[in-house]
Design a protein around this ligand. Structure first.
Ligand SMILES: Nc1nc2c(ncn2[C@@H]2O[C@H](COP(=O)(O)OP(=O)(O)OP(=O)(O)O)[C@@H](O)[C@H]2O)c(=O)[nH]1
Length: 174
């Protein structure tokens, strides 16, 4: 059996229950799982083939467990990753009234933090699918090495977009 070729490894990070698995599920299986919340144990791997022009590119996604119990293990999954996605849950921030000063300050802090490290910032909803496609396309463009694309011009990939490999994603997990 031949080993699967992965063009780019990406890692999903973030605290427990912020919506990492749901974001992967929405993209890979086009679904939103309802029912009792099941926390990830250790980490889960999923390979997602993507058609880019006439070539298929494979994104290897490591969905790490958010529970502090697995924090030491998560570091193993960073190694060799071409992009890291730091997820945080809107419900974590939104437990305050959205318009309170405290809540607004939290939003601003996350955006400032992402800007300060040159990360790209997205707000997504795995339930409705809002912004998920856009977010992953940007992730693919940033993470997949240029040589893996057949012709960047043909596929419409803008090389200028290929500089940032850190992402902050606010998941609408409320
Ligand atoms: N309404 C809504 N709920 C969401 C969304 N994304 C996630 N959730 C819910 O938030 C809870 C946690 O989602 P998960 O995707 O399992 O979270 P996780 O970050 O993978 O959690 P760990 O595996 O513990 O690290 C689940 O009950 C989801 O149904 C979303 O976009 N909208």
């Amino acid at each position: 059996m031949s080993a699967m070729r992965v063009d780019a490894k990406v890692v999903m990070l973030g605290k427990e229950s912020v919506g990492k698995t749901s974001l992967v599920e929405r993209y890979v299986h086009h679904r939103f799982l309802v029912g009792p919340y099941q926390n990830t144990i250790g980490a889960a791997f999923v390979a997602k083939p993507i058609q880019v022009g006439d070539k298929v590119i494979t994104l290897g996604i490591w969905d790490t467990a958010g529970s502090e119990r697995y924090e030491a293990m998560s570091r193993i999954y960073y190694r060799g990753a071409r992009a890291a996605v730091v997820c945080y849950g809107k419900s974590t921030l939104g437990k305050y009234n959205k318009n309170t000063i405290k809540s607004k300050r939290c939003y601003r802090q996350v955006k400032c933090k992402s800007e300060s490290i040159g990360a790209q910032y997205f707000e997504t909803s795995s339930k409705t699918g809002k912004n998920v496609g856009k977010f992953y396309w940007q992730l693919v463009v940033s993470a997949v090495p240029s040589e893996a694309f057949v012709s960047l011009e043909e596929t419409g990939v803008d090389l200028d977009q290929k500089k940032d490999s850190y992402f902050y994603t606010c998941c609408h997990n409320n």
